[in-house]
Design a protein around this ligand. Structure first.
Ligand SMILES: O=c1[nH]c(=O)c2nc[nH]c2[nH]1
Ligand SMILES: [Zn+2]
Length: 478
């Protein structure tokens, strides 16, 4: 029997069943790095993983799933079989503002509220120019994909046409995405605000557009996006809450990021018990709601969030940059609240979830130095879980993406630490696959060490290929 074995992406992209071979590393549970050495992962024509096995019998495995599969239509991608290479689930960015990308790195000495008026609102309002929107959104999608982000929860702007364009570009480039048209009818500058009626109309228009482009929500889905309580009237939030409930929709917003913001919310909504209470009183909290930041929550707010099943987008780079504070991730996780990572471009300067995971680890150590609780420290395996499986839970896609399991989609990145110009130096004795070299560590530890080196020193040069829904969307190999 002969089959096309290939390291040529074009060859296997044309095939209707692909077997990916190599070491697969993922974090299916918090804190656990699972390594499937010499794995074969069979992916069907619609990008679904049909088997995960070790050994050579992948033709039989493929035919078990589809007896009619001809051997010569099964392609084999051996790219992961190189030393220093491994497949890892695609990263999930649970909070990113696409129109703010040109401002990445530009925040000066600002904190949240003056950062919004000085940098953010002017940038976002300029994106109603569709030519500019096209330039900026192309750049942000290319950059996040190149960094291994296979799913992103996007905030766009008020503008419905530019937001529709973002959805179209995600479909075109093949990035899985939640598309949020930002709702804001209050306390906003004259040049960047909408009326309640405009907000309803534009929201409806964007939902219809996204659902028309992708009726089953295979790749893109709309997400209701009240910017944050101060930008929304109670009437607007009530309308969004009713819509959320009626259509069982995803919803995203910001919560408890900054002390001034929290005081402002108290003054604006005195009838609600708390910031979380404002959202709860408007039916905006559910197990399909993503709350960004959640730094200064009270115990009671944390309990409401846990009861409603909301997920938290932890944005450590943004929280350090605009000095918002340190979210208590362990405290949230201990209450069984799903936590994922967000770049929060451009409160955060980096489009990379790998960098965000690294900073999540470091911020947790700063927190531990203040709290004197060692348990506040997050480990390498834990922050990589937040970057993948945690993010999948936050986006309500834990049955679809986040780890390598049968029935999930092939949303993956191929990592190569030995790529030319690699920012990581993996020494011969540190290569786990190199069994001829006797090292000081057992193999499992070698894999963990290799992954730790990637987390701390790796970057987009090491993400050499990326797949979403089985489609190869980035290829830096040739
Ligand atoms: O990090 C943030 N980015 C924003 O754009 C924003 N708007 C309200 N609150 C916010 N926080
Ligand atoms: Zn944000």
């Amino acid at each position: 029997m002969t089959f096309p074995r290939s390291t040529d992406i074009a060859a296997y992209a044309a095939s209707n069943f692909t077997v990916y071979r190599g070491d697969m590393i993922h974090t299916p549970r918090l804190g656990t790095l699972e390594v499937i050495e010499n794995a074969c992962v069979g992916v069907d024509h619609d990008g679904t993983i049909r088997f995960v096995s070790t050994g050579e019998n992948y033709v039989e495995e493929a035919q078990k799933f589809n007896a009619a599969l001809k051997v010569d239509t099964i392609s084999v991608c051996e790219l992961g079989a190189k030393t220093g290479s491994f497949f890892f689930p695609g990263f999930i960015d649970t909070h990113i503002h696409a129109p703010q990308y040109p401002n990445a790195g530009i925040f000066g000495e600002s904190t949240l509220l003056n950062w919004l008026t000085t940098y953010t609102f002017p940038m976002e309002s300029s994106i109603k120019d569709l030519k500019l929107a096209n330039v900026v959104y192309n750049k942000v999608l290319n950059k996040t994909l190149a960094n291994g982000t296979t799913l992103a929860a996007y905030y766009a702007t008020l503008d419905p046409d530019a937001t529709n364009l973002l959805a179209d570009l995600c479909l075109q480039k093949g990035q899985r995405a939640l598309i949020g048209r930002v709702c804001m009818d209050s306390n906003s500058p004259d040049y960047y605000v909408e009326t309640l009626e405009q907000s309803k109309k534009s929201t409806t228009q964007v939902i219809a557009h996204v659902e028309q482009r992708d009726p089953l929500g295979e790749l893109v889905q709309p997400i209701l996006t009240p910017r944050f309580a101060p930008s929304c009237s109670s009437d607007l939030m009530h309308w969004l809450g009713e819509l959320r409930e009626a259509k069982d929709m995803l919803c995203q917003t910001h919560i408890s990021e900054n002390a001034g913001e929290i005081q402002w919310v108290k003054g604006l909504f005195p009838e609600s018990d708390s910031y979380a209470g404002v959202y709860d009183d408007h039916k905006l909290l559910s197990d399909k709601t993503i709350l960004a930041h959640a730094i200064h929550l009270s115990d009671a707010e944390k309990d409401i969030i846990a009861t409603r099943g909301c997920g938290i987008a932890h944005c450590p780079i943004s929280n350090s940059s605009i000095t918002s504070g340190e979210a208590r991730v362990r405290w949230l996780l201990n209450s069984k609240i799903p936590v994922g990572l967000g770049t929060d471009i451009s409160g955060g300067y980096s489009p990379s979830i790998l960098s965000t995971a690294r900073q999540a680890l470091l911020v947790s150590r700063h927190l531990a130095m203040k709290s004197l609780q060692d348990n506040d420290k997050l480990t390498v395996n834990e922050v990589l879980y937040l970057a993948t499986m945690g993010g999948a839970k936050v986006c309500s896609m834990e049955n679809k993406v986040g780890s390598f399991e049968v029935g999930k989609k092939w949303d993956a990145q191929l990592v190569d630490l030995n790529v030319e110009n690699s920012p990581v130096d993996l020494f011969e004795w540190q290569v786990p696959q190199n069994s001829s070299v006797v090292g000081n560590f057992p193999t499992a530890t070698k894999f963990e060490n290799m992954v730790a080196k990637w987390l701390f020193n790796g970057d987009d040069r090491n993400t050499v290929s990326v797949w979403v829904n089985g489609r190869n969307v980035v290829n830096k190999i040739c």
